[in-house]
Every structure is written in C-alpha cells, then in structure tokens.
Design a protein around this ligand. Sequence first.
Ligand code: AGP
Length: 612
Amino acid sequence: MCGIVGYVGTRKVVPVLLAGLRRLEYRGYDSAGIVYHHGQELVRHRAEGKLSQLEAVLDEHIGVDSTAGLGHTRWATHGAPTEQNAHPHSDCSGELVVVHNGIIENYSSLKQELVARGHVFQSETDTEVLAHLIEEHLQEDLVLAVRAALAQVEGSYALAVLWAKEPEMLVAARHQSPLVIGVDAEASYLASDIPALLPYTSEVIFLDDGDLAVLQKGAYRVLRLTDGKAIEKKITSIDWTASMAEKGGYRHYMLKEIFEQPLAIRNTISGRIIPDTGTVQLPGLGISDQVLKDLRRIVLVACGTSWHAALVAKYWLEKLVGIPVEVDIGSEFRYRRLLLDEQVLTVVISQSGETADTLEGMRQAARLGSPVLTICNVVGSTMTREADGVLYTHAGPEIGVASTKAFTCQMTALFLFTLYLGQLWGTIGQKEQKDLGLHLINLVDTLSDILEPLRKTVQKVIETYHEARDFLFIGRGINFPIALEGALKLKEISYIHAEGYAGGELKHGPIALIDQYMPVLAIAPQDSTYQKLVTNIEEIKARQGRLILIGTEGDTHLPTLSKDLILLPRVHEDLTPILCTLPAQLLAYEIAALRGCDVDQPRNLAKSVTVE
Ligand code: AGP
C-alpha cells in the first residue's frame, strides 16, 4: 500500500520526512517523493524505485531550512511506477500538492471534465485529479477547497495537501484508507500508519472516515468533511514496538494480511461493479469485447495457490458463461503440446507477475496467437508488461510468503471477469447479474464481521490438532479447490504433511488413511454437494477419523458428527470458496504459530518463484 508522512513544526523537514518514509517501507512501494515549503515556493523531488534513489537526489536538500512538508511511497495501481507518476502531484500552478493512498473510482470522468476546462495533467494517476479539483475550488480557504473537491470524489482516500500560500499548514482527509496524526509541543505529524510516528510520540489520533484534519505547528483540529463542524477525537496511547507497529499490531504479516482481506477485496471490486444494476465494467482490460465474444475456449494457467484460484474460476466460467475451460499448472502447461489459437483465451494468474513457469507458459501461448490476459497484483511486473490484457487485483503488497489476501482477491477478480464475460455472451440475465454483483459487494461486510470471532473459534478448535503429523482436507464441487488450498496453507507454514482431496475420491484410496489419528477438515457449506459430502463425513466418522467441520450457521446435522465445528454465515453458493478460505487460512496460521514456525518466511520457500 502507499505510505504518507507529513510534518509541520520546528525541525528541518527533509530528514523527518525521509525517516518517516523509511519506517513505512514495509508497506511495499515502487516509487517515492517529498515536497517541502521553501520561501514562497513548494519544492518537490520524486524518484522511481527505492528510497535510496530519492535520497540520492536530495543530497543538497537535506539541510534545507524548511519546516513543513509531505512525503509519499507509492504502490502503483493506476499508471506504471515511474517518477512522473510518483507522488506528490501538483495542480497547474505548482503551488498546491497532494499525496494520496486509495483508489479514486470516478477519476476518469473527473479527469475528462478537468481537461475540458483547461487543466493540464502530468501523470497517468488517479491521484492527480485531486490536485486539480482542489485548485478549481481554491480561493483563500484551503479547507473549504478540499471539502468541496472531495464532495465530487467517489472511492477511497487518505490524502494530505500542502499549499504554498499556507506554508505552515497541512490539510488531510480520510475515507476508507488509514491516516493517523500525532502532536507534540512543537510539531504536528501525519502518517498512514503508526510506525512513522513512534519516534516522536506514542499519543496518536486515528482519523475516521469523513474526518478532515488541519495540522499546524504543535496544534491540530479535526472537522467533519460534510459540514465542516469541529469534532473531538480520542487520543490513543500506543505501547507497540516499531516492529509490532509495522505489522499493525499483529504478530505476523500473514495474520495482518488475513485480516486485510475485506479491504483488499473491496479495493479489487472498487469501480468495477455498478451497484444499481450489478453491471461489471473492466476499464482498460486490454482485450476487446469482440475478441472475448469470439472465444471458443479459455485456458487458465498458474502455480500454487494461484492455480487453486484458477480451479475455482473454472466452475464459475462453465456454470455462468457456458464456455469450456481448461486449467493447467504452469510447469506442466509449458511442456505439453499446446492446442491454442486466437479463439482460445489464455489467462495467467499470478500474485507476483514473475513466476517463471507461468511466465514461460504465457509466452508460448502468445507465440501461438492466443490472446493473453493476466490477473496480477503487482503493477509493472513482467506478466503485466507482456500480456495483451491485465486485470489487477488490488490486494496491496503481500509480505507473507504464504498467499492469503492475494488469493481471495484473485478469486474476486476472476468472478468479476466471469460476470463481465457473461454480460458479453448474454448468458447471465439482468436480475441474476444484479444479484451476483450485490452478493459480491455484500460479501465484504460479511468477511469483515466474522474475522475476529472466527479466529477465536479456530484457536479453540485447533487446541488438540497442532501436534498432528498428517492432515486430510476434503471438499466437493466449487470448494474442492479450497480443500487443496487449505492443505497447501497448512503444509507450507506448519510443515505438517497435508493433502487436499475431492470428497468423492475418498473411496478411491485416501479412506485407507482414516483412523483415530488422522484429522480430516471437511468443507461442508450447505450447497449443492452438501449431502454427498455429509456421506463422506459419516464414512470418516465410522472409522474414528478426527473431524473438523466447516459448515453453514444453523446446520443442525453437522454438530451431531463432530464437536469441532466452524459455522459460517450463509452466502451465495458461488461465493462460498472465498468465505470458506478464511477458516482454512486461520487454521493453518494458528497451528503454525502454536508450533513456533517462521510463519512469514517458511523454510525453503520464496515469495516469488522466478526460477524453474
Ligand atoms: C502460496 O501460498 C505460495 N506462496 C505459492 O504457492 C504461490 O501461490 C505460487 O508460487 C505462485 O506465485 P504467484 O501467484 O506469484 O505466481
């Protein structure tokens, strides 16, 4: 995610901004920049790449006599990670600059209107729209101008503004992207996250959605964005270490990323579904509607967890669109005879966009004339630069080696693509389209509501399982891939041998493994395969298998089969894979943490497998 720092006080601002950005590096970024007030001007410096590149251009500015400024580390979402797209972004005059974290959903229409009114844009970003919007409303009062501009904006933002004519004032506002402020006797501080403030103060104020903050030397006030009324904010004392703070107070990045999933999924949906109609729009997909309409077949190619997302998407695409879909592991795909042509869409799914086997498979498909779409989380990665089309997940940087939020965002993006294709092919009726779109939007709140209590349930359930030497995961239909994913999560971070199986396969071999020592996690939401899976569960129970059951709230039968029960809210059957992933992730995490494993950096694993 992007990182924001701001300072207005008595110290020389450049070193304070750079130190603050350093403490936000863990959030992941691909360019950076600062701006500070000097004399009557704003001086801005930006650089692609890591902070060291920015520091290299700041050598003679480190000691500059300036006491107010903003800094930003950018995780690219709209526009490649270049200096031109790095924040801060300025208005036409260069006297007003903005840094921003989030996604401006309606930036495209706003930009068109602003250009039509003569504004000249320098970047490809959505953020720059904010600078020109504020410029349009700016007379003498910066706060009024920011409020008026944000009234026109849809989407998520944490933003901070500096104006040359108000050299000792920062204005900040937040909607769905975090911002925190700190104050001591001489200065006010602004940051996306606590680590940047800890060296100066442990008394912080968390801004809430709809808050606007005005920071001056050693003083701040918070107003309501809508009506400008002053509001009182609670001061929170932070007793975290800097390392804990980088993980948002969570013990591991993986746990933080599991809990970030509602926001990550919301960001992946953001601007892509029209709520009133459920219509999906995928601006900038890069593959024409005509090509998509003419397809005969789709091939999904990925590795590891991303391959599991592909397996889920097969069910959606074949059920909702009626197009034949093949799924292939990247390392197999690249070595077999490929029967591809321009009427077969190759979709490569990758968090990193750098996985060697998937990348090579993509290149072979392209050589055969197959149009290539990548579902990817990293802007500017190799796959996104070489594919014909890109559909980004907006999970933000995923630090833990075990993929969690990227996986549920991959499924979200693939579901959006399925709905889009169904629209083009006319295979999804308008009512169903609206239903499915709304179910996906509502899923975000469901996931957000259940995560805390779900973790407590899982912690209780796993008390007697963390010493297991083997684990079996079973699921059916669209949740069979989630059984595979649950097994992969457990094995890769706890080193317990775990296998995922289709429930119907038990009799074809794995049932020989069942005895009182073998834990079996069964994914059994009340969907169309439920009864068959319950039969499998009963077969396991009859052989003293130790059962952990994931089911639907209100199910009265599962409690008769095991006391180790994880019941989830009822959601649309097609979305159960995203929902059922959460307990599987938490189970793996809690067992690995209990075993004292290196959860974020498991042995022998790399975050991105860039070699065969
Ligand atoms: C998942 O937890 C693993 N880290 C691994 O299987 C990963 O999904 C796989 O290496 C593919 O990576 P990619 O999504 O970056 O291509």
